[in-house]
Design a binder for this molecule. Structure first.
Ligand code: ADP
Ligand code: SF4
Length: 687
């Protein structure tokens, strides 16, 4: 019998990066974690887990080099005092056989410097980016010389901290070096501005000086945005982006290439497919002999192999796929691609960073909990009781709880009222742009199907009596939540008169197939995705749609997931009218009264139907019944009841998955008197 060639072997070839050799082609590119300098051990153990999972290179997030650009929460290398924070990460990464990379940054006019109050610097005099009343000043020759010294010093410190690869970073428009490269921003008339050769000068000097500092044992990488997706107004891969790579082609040891700005680089699955950056970066390998890494939310091994074999990339770069599954490389190497917990492209992880909190991940509940709670993404303690577990409800919370209890070795019954598994995930993925989210269900169902100790019962609507008929003594209620019908929401926290009319619908009605007559008002007091996807669906049915929101923009929370401008543009392009800064006063038969949230002025809009996207109510009736009457049972022994996910409190899918996971590790850890995770505190300096 002939041996089948390993289809993924090419992904495990070692690749030279300057003086170093990466053990395979999996490269965790620099990305923020929200942990930064405030939770250094959380950050170090995120990176360590990636190294353990098989990534050949594991990078930091952007690392501030000087207080004149202080990004508040990001890691830094300002002086020797910062070295131990990084040394913990590099030690752990090395223990797992990976190379550690450090991405140096000066954020130029992106940093308003609210902490240190230093005036920001930039190639030109300019307001800083963002709505801050701060201007950056143009750098003179002395500033440029100083910046080069700071950059050199940070490279030296990075080497001392144990990094193998040091980055010179111009990968997003949040960096001083990209500001210098940009024809749009850099209008200087000296030797650092004007022609592309002049604009490249500082970038080149930094690359040469980092090499000079780190010597022969470390590699020098660059991260460059080869396209800003601004057409002629910005760097393009057909224009300046290509020229920059041509000018510097052989200078660095590795090219890490992407598109700017961050919301282009980290596009969600609602707006971009896997591999979407290929058309912008595919020229790079034809211009340099150095290895090239690129990203594109790669989770399919076949796509990865194709990228390598077609000569697009040398390394499969990943941020989000490594967050969702730190063990992705190992799973491919062990020929278990079906076990990959694929990123769904929702950017909940990014929202963690934008909220300055350790990131969370919809698919991977253990992310950021590796050190804090000791949660490993692949291993979980074996069961320590003889409980028989009944999980009621197979939404994201119930599926994750059943899977993780099953992984621990418990006997699990999973009872779901409907024929379909997945709960809200299955229902919500029918909306435009959300189909990739089904991976939350599919991965868990795939894992459960392999577990003989987890038995799934579909079309099994459970009530108190049927729960008691089972022999299970640990009952996990994961019965989800229902959208409110009365208009009670975030802004006014009051029911809306007229919400009980027959022309009023909820998201559940829409997911159940209702198609309200237009003109229809979608009142979005939820502010995440639901209001916008319902509007899109109704518009696609040909309805006249008005989206009313009390916020100043639609889907305000999606600002944190980098989607807001795209969501709003998509709705506007679809012809949906947006009425911002208004809430609902009352709903009538053919008109709805609105209130301006600033002036309280009341106006009226003619409409035939209204969809209320306001708030949810936990479906906790079964839980309440059970705790009242079912705590003891003669045959099965005392029963313990716990509720999880949206049944405990409605929230994101990420929160439901996390809740299910926590339940399986510690079923009754809802709120404890003592802090249930390790703390990291700022050290008190001498007073
Ligand atoms: P979560 O996000 O917390 O997982 P979902 O609403 O997605 O919540 O999922 C809840 C699931 O529970 C749904 O699939 C629903 O059909 C199911 N369910 C609700 N009540 C019962 C019940 N009494 N018995 C069995 N399944 C139920
Ligand atoms: Fe992917 Fe969403 Fe997890 Fe981020 S939070 S890694 S986008 S699944």
């Amino acid at each position: 019998m002939t041996q089948q060639a390993d289809p993924y072997a090419v992904l495990f070839e070692p690749v030279k990066i300057g003086p170093l050799t990466a053990r395979n082609r999996f490269y965790q590119v620099p990305h923020c974690t929200g942990a930064g300098r405030n939770y250094p051990s959380v950050s170090a153990h995120i990176r360590a887990t990636n190294a353990e999972g098989g990534w050949a290179v594991v990078s930091t997030e952007q690392c501030d080099i000087h207080y004149s650009a202080d990004m508040r929460a990001q890691v830094r290398l300002w002086n020797e005092g910062d070295i131990p924070f990084h040394a913990r990460m590099t030690d752990l990464v090395h223990q797992h056989g990976a190379l550690a990379a450090c991405q140096l940054v000066h954020s130029g006019s992106y940093s308003p410097n609210h902490i240190g109050r230093e005036i920001p610097i930039s190639p030109i005099n300019t307001p800083v980016q963002g709505p801050y009343p701060v201007h950056a000043r143009a750098m003179d020759k002395r500033d440029i010389a100083n910046f080069r010294q700071w950059h050199r010093r940070a490279a030296r410190l990075a080497k001392q901290a144990g990094f193998d690869i040091v980055y010179v970073y111009a990968g997003h428009d949040i960096t001083l070096l990209l500001e210098f490269l940009s024809p749009r921003i850099n209008t200087r008339s000296d030797e650092y501005g004007g022609s592309v050769e002049n604009r490249v000068r500082l970038f080149r000097e930094c690359i040469e000086e980092v090499r000079d500092e780190v010597g022969e044992t470390c590699a020098v990488a660059v991260r460059l945005a080869v396209d800003e997706l601004l057409g002629d107004k910005g760097i393009t891969s057909a224009g300046d982006g290509r020229e920059i790579v041509e000018i510097l082609a052989e200078l660095p040891d590795l090219w890490d290439v992407n598109v700017s700005d961050w919301n282009n680089d980290s596009m969600t699955s609602r707006f971009a497919e896997e591999g979407y950056q290929e058309p912008y970066v595919d020229f790079v390998k034809s211009v340099t002999s150095k290895p090239v890494v690129g990203v594109g939310r790669f989770t399919s091994p076949d796509t990865m192999v194709s990228q390598i074999k077609r000569g697009v990339l040398d390394f499969i770069g990943a941020a989000r796929p490594a967050i969702a599954d730190p063990f992705l490389p190992n799973k491919i190497e062990q020929n278990r691609p079906e076990d990959i917990r694929e990123c769904i492209g929702c950017n909940i992880c990014v929202s963690g960073n934008n909220l300055y909190t350790p990131m969370r991940c919809t698919q991977n509940p253990t992310r950021s909990e590796e050190w804090r709670r000791g949660w490993h993404p692949e291993r979980i303690p074996v069961k320590d009781t003889d409980d028989h577990v009944l999980v009621v409800g197979a939404g994201p919370a119930g599926l994750e709880a059943a899977r993780a209890f099953g992984q621990r070795g418990y006997d699990v019954m999973l009872a779901e009222a409907t024929r379909d598994l997945g709960g809200r995930v299955t229902r919500e993925t029918t909306f435009p742009g959300l189909s990739t989210w089904a991976r939350v269900r599919d991965w868990r169902v795939g894992q459960i199907e392999k577990m003989p100790n987890v038995v799934v019962y579909r079309e099994s609507q459970m009530n108190e009596a049927t729960v008691l008929e089972t022999a299970c003594n640990l009952v996990v209620v994961a019965t989800g939540a229902t959208w409110r019908r009365d208009g009670f929401g975030r802004t006014d926290r009051a029911v809306v008169p007229g919400a009980d009319r027959s022309n009023v619908y909820t998201p559940d009605d829409i997911m159940n197939g209702a198609e309200p007559e237009g003109p229809v008002i979608v009142f979005d007091d939820d502010h995440y995705y639901m209001g916008s996807v319902i509007s899109e669906r109704l518009r696609a049915l040909g309805r006249e749609v008005v989206l009313v929101t009390p916020e100043a923009v639609v889907s305000a929370f999606t600002t944190y997931t980098l989607e807001q401008s795209r969501v709003q543009a998509r709705l506007m392009e679809a012809g949906i009218r947006i009425v911002a800064s208004h809430s609902l006063v009352s709903i009538g038969a053919d008109a709805t009264e609105l209130r301006c949230t600033y002036t309280d002025r009341v106006s009226s809009i003619a409409c035939t139907s209204v969809v209320l996207v306001t708030a949810l109510t936990a479906n906790d009736g079964l839980y309440t019944d059970l705790v009242q009457t079912a705590v003891a049972d003669d045959d099965a022994g005392p029963r313990r009841i716990v509720r999880i996910g949206d049944c405990y409190a409605p929230g994101t899918i990420a929160a439901a998955v996390w809740s299910g996971h926590r339940c399986a590790r510690a079923p009754f850890a809802e709120i404890t008197d003592e802090v249930p995770f390790r703390l990291e505190r700022v050290e008190l300096a001498d007073g």
